[in-house]
Design a protein around this ligand. Structure first.
Ligand code: HEM
Length: 375
């Protein structure tokens, strides 16, 4: 694509849905820092997209920060960023430990597990529920719906299941607020109504579970398959944080996202981009752009895995903490973990947006359950 098109490649996101994929790092920066010319509001575009188009639910308008521009964006962003900013990272560290240990204990004695379904997913899911103040039952329904959206399989039904679960959570928190993200959103001075609240939570569910789960699995995969990290478990050469940064650079969990919809035709890098047609950033391609990849990426955090500019991820510190702590807990408990099948036999889930393993089967010596450390 780079040889043929340079930094902007014409693509179809789904059959008959044209878009521009940004694969050049510098073009991506220009776009992500120019919300006036590249607004994130998809309403003009989606008028011509059928309701059953499998990628539509991930891209359509919602009154939330990711899909709005201008004043609306400021409004939703301030509520989301304030609520996420109130999460206590010290407490979060303890929460990760409290969630990780029982999960590890559920498989450590049998000598094998699937990291995705038995660790990364339930961990991301329980932590998200804890920070949102959400009961396990409501959270389970929301997560199932969201997974269908990400896989772009049975997406419409997934959307409906998600909405019903989250409306219930909003009702609970309006009546009885606590020290959690949902309550902080409800209490924020921008006074979000029920529909707005619903969509803030949908956004948080999409952002808070799937990419975290995928970053845990993808980072662990790197650590289990690359000598530089495998050595770490025993003699400490490169750390979990180094592996995490490398995955965020080379193989980010949101591979293609950060979508904008220009209101008028716009010239960028000598290419006219049409109005009302999605411009999608390929974080995977931009991070691997030879124009910026001059050497080692250890300690280099200039990747676009969390976006950049006014829509950049407001939960980056919490997300990194959760992933790093989760992997450290797992490898501290089971340091001799190995991949159970050859890496090239691993399956990746469908969908153009994410980089997600279907399963990550591992083996390790059968080990006794562990108890919680000093907190
Ligand atoms: C590894 C984990 C994560 C990754 C890779 C990630 C990635 C991203 C990216 C690429 C964006 C920019 C989207 C755009 O420009 O259209 C974004 C935005 C956002 N993320 Fe994250 N995220 C992660 C975790 C989280 C978590 C845990 C939360 C909250 C619970 C969260 C909440 C948000 C929100 C609310 C936005 C929208 C900001 C805006 O449009 O102003 N993210 N994230």
């Amino acid at each position: 694509m780079r040889r043929r098109f340079g930094s902007l490649a014409p693509v179809e996101l789904s059959p008959g849905v044209p878009a521009t994929l940004v694969i050049g790092y510098h073009a991506a920066l220009q776009i992500l820092h120019d919300p006036d010319h590249f607004p994130a509001d998809p309403r003009a575009w989606e008028k011509n997209i059928p309701a059953d188009c499998p990628i539509r639910p991930m891209m359509e308008w919602r009154p939330n920060p990711i899909r709005s521009a201008g004043r609306d964006h400021l409004r939703y962003r301030s509520a989301a960023a304030t609520a996420l900013g109130k999460v206590d990272l010290h407490r979060l560290h303890t929460t990760v430990e409290q969630v990780a240990i029982p999960l590890i204990n559920s498989f450590c004695e049998v000598g094998h597990c699937d990291v995705v379904s038995q660790f990364a997913l339930p961990l991301a899911f329980s932590i998200h529920n804890a920070t949102l103040g959400c009961s396990p039952d409501i959270g389970q329904r929301a997560a199932t719906g969201m997974a269908a959206l990400f896989d772009t399989v049975d997406a419409e039904r997934g959307n409906q299941m998600l909405s019903e679960a989250l409306l219930e959570l909003i009702r609970v928190k309006r009546a009885d607020p606590g020290a959690d993200i949902t309550s902080w959103l409800v209490e924020h001075p921008v006074a979000l109504d029920d529909e707005e609240m619903l969509h803030q939570l949908v956004t948080l569910y999409g952002a808070g579970i799937e990419p975290v789960q995928n970053l845990i699995s993808n980072t662990l995969l790197l650590m289990l398959t690359d000598e530089r990290f495998a050595a770490n478990v025993l003699d400490g050469s490169l750390s979990t944080r180094d592996a995490l940064d490398e995955v965020l650079f080379n193989d980010p969990p949101m591979a293609n996202y950060c979508i904008s919809y220009p209101r008028q035709p716009i010239l960028i890098d000598n290419v006219w981009l049409p109005a009302h047609q999605p411009v999608m950033i390929s974080m995977a391609a931009c991070n691997n752009d030879p124009a910026i990849r001059t050497g080692e990426v250890t300690d280099n955090r200039s990747h676009l895995a969390f976006g950049t500019g006014p829509h950049a991820c407001p939960a980056r510190p919490a997300a990194v903490l959760i992933v790093q702590d989760a992997i450290d807990q797992l490898l501290d408990a089971l340091p001799e973990m190995e991949l159970a099948i050859p890496a090239n036999e691993l399956q990746w889930r469908p969908g153009p947006f994410h980089r997600a393993l279907s399963a990550l089967p591992v083996t390790f010596p059968e080990s006794p359950p562990i108890s919680a450390g000093i907190q």
